[in-house]
Design a protein around this ligand. Structure first.
Ligand code: F6P
Ligand code: MN
Length: 322
């Protein structure tokens, strides 16, 4: 099996971008270790308690955020970072060539139940005409990503990543401490009989999504003429990993629970990187209005409707909105 750096060189990824990716992955190895230690590590728990030595016990998502921020800002490759855990962007070095958006620990409600969690990241080229402290650098559409990926801290620690030449699948080999390429060019099957949605929000969805899901639930006696299975991991990394490996449709649709907040998932460090991975694997990544990666961002933390996965199923869903 091939190691990460030679695999990236084969795809003509520039050397400084390879170094940046390796920097990100160094942090994921430490998080992977802490996650595997579970309650033996001092980063579990949902409050900022003091431990017996009077030290503050941090939640794992705070620990992960600090780790990524420090390692990226010290690397010299990065002009600024933005994170789910930071109010605004954080400046790195003025001559840094890249900016990185990340969700340090996606699916945080799964931390304390020993279930799937992961890290999602997205890399853009840094604009040269803005200061490192200017958060407007991040207002670039997903189309301009130069790399996107996630690390899933599951029974094995897996990396799924794209630099624009296909979506490749790696596994962390603990015997030598590096990621090994196990599959090039993942392909999302075009058809599926599996969907992922938080059904408890059903009454809040718009009518087209209500109609689409009821037709799936009707199974082989309904208009779709086939039965569908449902899965919901409550961590986008886990659900998207399943979609990338065996197909499916994943959606977090608009809902009217809170009129101020019709969407849940974040564009910059959830929807865009996952869209890049899904599209590079032959799937579709949409809102009910168009491609996710075409959206021109207005805010680092903006939220967006997400309908992504197997091509024919995403199209079937979108037909209900026409
Ligand atoms: O980061 C947001 C997130 O945790 C995703 O990872 C996941 O898909 C979704 O929210 C879960 O939402 P809910 O709590 O509504 O099931
Ligand atoms: Mn998240």
């Amino acid at each position: 099996m091939q190691r990460l750096a030679p695999a990236l060189r084969e795809d003509n990824v520039p050397l400084d971008l390879i170094s940046l990716i390796e920097t990100i992955l160094a942090a994921t190895k430490e998080i992977s270790f802490r996650v595997s230690q579970g309650h033996l590590s001092d980063s579990m728990g949902s409050t900022l308690d003091e431990n017996i030595q009077g030290e503050v016990q941090k939640k794992l998502d705070i620990v992960a955020n600090e780790l990524f921020k420090d390692i990226l800002l010290e690397s010299g490759f990065v002009k600024a970072v933005s994170s789910e855990e930071e109010d605004t962007s954080v400046a790195g070095v003025e001559d840094g060539k890249y900016i990185v958006s990340f969700d340090p620990l996606d699916g945080s409600s799964n931390i304390d139940i020993n279930s799937l969690i992961g890290t999602i990241f997205s890399i853009h080229q840094a604009p040269t005409d803005m200061a490192a402290s200017n958060p407007d650098m991040f207002k670039q559409s997903g189309n301009h990503q130069v790399c996107a990926g996630y690390v899933l801290y599951g029974p094995s620690t897996t990396l799924v990543m794209t630099t624009g030449s296909g979506t490749h699948f790696y596994v962390l080999d603990r015997t030598h401490g590096g990621y090994l390429l196990v599959e090039r060019n993942l392909q999302v099957p075009e058809d599926t009989q599996e969907f992922a949605i938080n059904m408890s929000n059903q009454r809040f969805w718009q009518q087209p999504m209500q109609n689409y899901i009821s037709d799936l639930l009707a199974g082989d006696t309904g208009p779709r003429g086939k039965n569908f299975n449902m899965r919901w991991i409550a961590a986008m990394v886990g659900d998207i990993h399943r979609v990338l490996t065996r197909g499916g449709i994943f959606t977090y649709p608009a809902d009217n629970r809170n009129p101020e907040k019709p969407y849940k998932l974040r564009l910059m460090y959830e929807a865009n990187p996952m869209s890049f991975l899904i599209e590079q694997a032959g799937g579709l990544a949409m809102t009910s209005q168009g491609r996710i990666m075409d959206i021109e961002p207005t805010d680092i933390h903006q939220r967006v409707e997400v309908i992504m996965g197997s091509k024919n199923e995403v199209e079937a869903c979108l037909a209900y909105y026409k």
